[in-house]
Ligand binder design. Structure first.
Ligand code: FES
Length: 169
């Protein structure tokens, strides 16, 4: 009789264990179903904390498969209508693709310009083309400034002003 009871207890524990494991696995599967696909994430917003950035140090983020340049300008860099203002600081925010044929220009902190190795084009720290062949400035992606956070993918006030001023095609 005691053996039969122990056997039933064991079966009860075993069944309970299998049920618990099954429930955890089912929850995991449900979470994977609810999570956005990587492609959906890539099409969404990207947030960048600007408060920790150092002057003249280029930060490259990825948004919708494109490199995005973020550069906190130094005091001696010329102010430009394309500058993004966050408190007292000015930033360049642009798509990091050369407007000639789409190579990724390199930022040279020493001369504070972007150099494109493909055909020798150059852009200044405001993203303006300063040496051919690129004729257009670096593109500005849709962005919003929320406190000291940059939100890529959303059109905020500064982006709309730049657009109205013709700085964004
Ligand atoms: S792609 Fe940059 S100069 Fe041609």
């Amino acid at each position: 009789m005691a053996v039969e009871k122990e056997r039933r207890n064991f079966l009860g524990f075993a069944l309970g264990g299998f049920t618990a494991i099954g429930s955890v696995a089912a929850l995991g599967a449900m979470k994977r179903t609810w999570d956005p696909l990587p492609s959906v994430k890539a099409a969404g917003f990207t947030k960048v904390d600007l408060s920790t950035m150092e002057e003249n140090v280029l930060v490259v983020e990825k948004w919708r498969g494109k490199p995005i340049f973020i550069l906190k300008k130094t005091a001696d860099m010329k102010a430009n209508d394309r500058d993004v203002l966050v408190g007292e600081s000015r930033y360049l925010i642009s798509v990091g693709l050369c407007t000639h044929l789409g190579c990724i220009p390199a930022y040279i902190p020493k001369d504070k310009n972007f150099h494109c190795a493909c055909h020798g084009g150059m852009f200044n720290a405001s993203g303006e083309a300063i040496k051919l062949p690129p004729e257009k400035p670096l593109e500005i992606p849709p962005f919003k400034i929320d406190g000291t956070t940059l939100v890529l993918g959303e059109e905020g006030e500064q982006f709309k002003k730049l657009k109205a001023a013709g700085e964004i095609a």
